[in-house]
Design a protein. Structure first.
Length: 76
């Protein structure tokens, strides 16, 4: 669930760590995982690689402050 998009392509860097921090922050603030509708690992991979973070933030984070949403955009 916390696997960064880069890791699906076996390209590990500190960006993957920032992604994990962003995912944990997202889950703490919203109480849910942004890709909770994934039915399988392949479905999850497709969602992580193809779904716009901006769309997820618009759908699931409208009650958060602008600064918080900006942090999530940058981390994810």
């Amino acid at each position: 669930m916390y696997l960064a998009p880069e890791l699906w392509n076996l390209d590990y860097s500190k960006k993957a760590d920032v992604w994990s921090i962003g995912m944990l922050t997202f889950m703490i603030l919203t109480g849910k995982y942004p890709y909770s509708t994934a039915k399988s690992d392949m479905d999850l991979k497709d969602m992580v690689l193809k779904t716009s973070i901006e769309d997820i933030i618009k759908e699931q984070c409208n009650y958060l402050s602008d600064d918080t949403k900006d942090f999530l955009r940058k981390a994810l």
